[in-house]
Design a protein around this ligand. Structure first.
Ligand SMILES: [Zn+2]
Length: 434
């Protein structure tokens, strides 16, 4: 994962750009991938695919030709989708178009103006403070032209058409944690799923430019939306912060219940948050009206209240390979695989018994004098095995980990007392009269 990141991070990967295509084509060498193309100007629901944007050069110099800021040194020195500009400007005029990072004096910020149509350069506060002359020369040579917005799609076909999505964006020029880490971790997860026994659910990984890429894909695959039963947006998985699992717009969905209850056990150091309380990304397009896929998100984000949230180097030139580690990427990959494993096993529990189980007769009695907690849990879980509760429902109701419900359900299953079913199968005799 680190090698791929080293190879691709510094490219100026803007929404529709040659460098975005270059990065996506490189990723497609890693795994079988379909690349969808949406031409500039095409309507995608209420959105329109933007032009391809190319920067050839962008710099600021003194009137006697001393170069002070140069895009050739870092892709963040020009705002993404900057208009071209060539002229001499007063310092005052320049400062209206010169962006600096609000917190880190030596970092260059990431600024994008996809739809505003403005020109601009970015630099550090330190460099800006040194700009004392009355006038400067600005050269920004950029072009806007018809192009193709690209979305990479990797599919692992399951037994069911019902689909669980993984989504990551690739459109952040010269940065690493946001957004390349989500892309490479997603790729590793799909690589692992490809060599495992065929899963129940179909898995789709989408690698796209933020927001417009999701809207373009969804608006061209409306037929697939009814089968999208859950998803996870991936980003910021390499920095040194705890995992944060953010719920979907539908916190009562099976995806939310299952992933939340499994997460607690898989990563006791992680924390959870409700929809839009941790990050704001492509998961919004999937959760939105007319789509309504319960899409959660996983990322490493400083805890609520931290002044540098989501992380110190966010959207700046300090977001480099130095702030991530292969260990943390692997740890995030394993966490996501653990969540998927729970999701695969989340079924309705259908009792093959009536009345309370004669536990001692089946050798599953837990003595309440020795283990009162275990005794209570066994009965609480047993009571809810009625063909109407999934494993995730029960763990949420009882506020215990998914894995502990799974252990007891599995034990009952092994004794022939329980069957797993993908659909509800109520065993309450009163329902038959309805
Ligand atoms: Zn971002």
């Amino acid at each position: 994962m680190i090698d791929l990141i080293q190879e691709l991070w510094f490219l100026p990967r803007d929404l529709v750009s040659d460098a975005f295509d270059q990065a996506l084509n490189r990723l497609a060498l890693e795994i079988p991938m379909t690349i969808h193309e949406y031409p500039t100007g095409e309507m995608c629901w209420t959105w329109r695919v933007p032009e391809k944007w190319t920067c050839y050069e962008a710099y600021l110099e003194t009137l006697d030709g001393k170069r002070l800021i140069d895009w050739a040194n870092h892709p963040l020195h020009v705002i993404s989708y900057s208009l071209p500009f060539d002229g001499i400007v007063s310092r005052e005029e320049l400062f209206r178009h010169l962006h600096v990072h609000p917190r880190i004096p030596d970092a260059t910020p990431y600024i994008f103006k996809y739809y505003e149509r403005d020109w601009g350069l970015c630099t550090s506060q330190t460099v800006k403070d040194g700009l004392t002359e009355d006038a400067y020369r600005v050269i920004i040579r950029t072009t806007f032209e018809p192009g193709m917005l690209k979305v990479g799609e990797v599919v692992v076909q399951g037994e069911s058409q019902e689909t669980f999505l993984l989504v990551a964006h690739l459109c952040h020029p010269g940065m690493v944690n946001d957004d390349l880490t989500g892309v490479v971790v997603g790729l590793e997860v799909l690589k692992t799923l490809l060599v495992m026994p065929k899963p129940h659910y179909t898995y789709r990984l989408l690698i796209l430019p933020e927001t417009i890429g999701s809207v373009a894909y969804l608006s061209h695959h409306e037929n697939l939306i009814p089968d999208m039963v859950g998803g996870l947006f991936l980003e910021m998985l390499g920095n040194d912060s705890p995992h944060a699992l953010q719920g979907s717009f539908q916190p009562q969905s099976q995806a939310d219940r299952c992933l939340f209850s499994a997460f607690r056990n898989l990563d006791p150091n992680g924390y959870t948050g409700s929809y839009r309380s941790v990050i704001n990304n492509d998961e919004r397009q999937f959760n939105a009206p007319g789509v309504r896929v319960p899409m959660l998100s996983i990322s490493r984000v400083e805890p609520p209240g931290s002044p540098t949230r989501p992380y110190r180097e966010y959207h700046s030139s300090f977001d480099t390979p130095a702030i991530i580690s292969q260990d943390r990427l692997e740890n995030s990959r394993d966490l996501i695989l653990g969540l998927i494993q729970a999701w695969e096993s989340n079924q309705f529990l259908v009792n093959q018994f009536k009345g309370e189980i004669f536990c001692s007769g089946y050798g599953i009695w837990i003595d309440y004098r020795q283990n009162p907690e275990g005794h209570r849990r066994l009965f609480e879980i047993m009571e809810r095995c009625d063909g109407e509760h999934t494993l995730a429902d029960i763990s949420n109701e009882l506020m215990i980990s998914y894995q502990s419900v799974w252990e007891i359900a599995n034990m009952l299953h092994n004794k022939g007392l329980l069957k797993f079913n993908r659909k509800p199968q109520p065993t309450d005799p009163h329902q038959r009269k309805l």
